[in-house]
Design a protein around this ligand. Structure first.
Ligand SMILES: [Zn+2]
Length: 189
C-alpha cells in the first residue's frame, strides 16, 4: 500500500526541479555528441522512488525499454506511430472499462503500472499541462536531442479524449532532450 503523503511529497520535490529547469534558457544537460549505444539508454535508469517501492524496478524498466528502443532501428516514424497508437488505445480502454474515471484515477494507474508519477500542472477549458516524473521510457537517459515518450503521450491522449475531449498531445520536455522530467502540452480540439 502506497501512502498518499509519500506520493505528494515526491511529486512536490520533482515539480520544484522541473520549474527550475523550465526557467533555464537551455536544457541542463547538453546534447551528447557521441553516438548513443542502445545499452546506455537501457541501463541509464533513474527511478529512485519506484525502486524504493519495488527493488526489481530496474529489470521491469529494462524490459520495457528493450521493446521500445529496439523500434528505433526502423527510424523515428515507427516508434512514433506504434507506441503512440498502442498507448492511445490503452488510454481509451482504461476509461471505457471504468478503470479510469477521473484525473485522480489517471495518477493512480500511472503509479500502479509503474509508467511514472503524473503531475497535473495546469487545467483549463482549452488546454492542460502534465508532467511525468521517473518516466519508464526516459528517466535517466542522456540528452539525445529528441523527446521519446510516445507511449505516455498516447495513453494521456486516449484517457483525456474519453474524460474531456479530443485533443492533441505534444511532449515538450523530456530526459531525451536534456531535462529531468517529461512535460506534455495537451490542446483540446
Ligand atoms: Zn520523456
Amino acid at each position: 500500500m502506497i501512502a498518499e503523503n509519500d506520493v505528494n511529497e515526491v511529486i512536490k520535490y520533482y515539480r520544484n526541479i522541473a520549474l527550475k529547469e523550465m526557467s533555464l534558457r537551455a536544457p541542463p544537460r547538453p546534447r551528447t555528441n557521441k553516438s548513443i549505444k542502445l545499452s546506455s539508454i537501457l541501463y541509464s535508469i533513474k527511478r529512485d522512488w519506484f525502486k524504493k517501492m519495488n527493488s526489481n524496478d530496474p529489470d521491469y524498466v529494462y524490459a520495457f525499454r528493450l521493446l521500445r528502443f529496439s523500434m528505433d532501428w526502423f527510424g523515428r516514424a515507427v516508434p512514433y506511430i506504434t507506441s503512440r497508437e498502442a498507448g492511445y488505445h490503452l488510454g481509451l480502454r482504461l476509461v471505457d472499462n471504468s478503470i479510469v474515471r477521473n484525473v485522480d484515477d489517471m495518477v493512480k494507474i500511472f503509479i500502479e503500472s509503474r509508467i511514472g508519477l503524473l503531475d497535473v500542472i495546469k487545467e483549463s477549458v482549452n488546454n492542460m499541462k502534465i508532467h511525468i516524473y521517473e518516466c519508464i521510457t526516459c528517466s535517466g537517459i542522456p540528452n539525445i536531442g529528441k523527446c521519446v515518450c510516445d507511449f505516455e503521450a498516447g495513453v494521456l491522449s486516449g484517457m483525456l479524449e474519453k474524460l474531456v475531449a479530443r485533443n492533441i498531445v505534444r511532449e515538450r520536455y523530456c530526459w531525451g532532450r536534456g531535462y529531468s522530467f517529461c512535460g506534455f502540452d495537451i490542446y483540446f480540439v
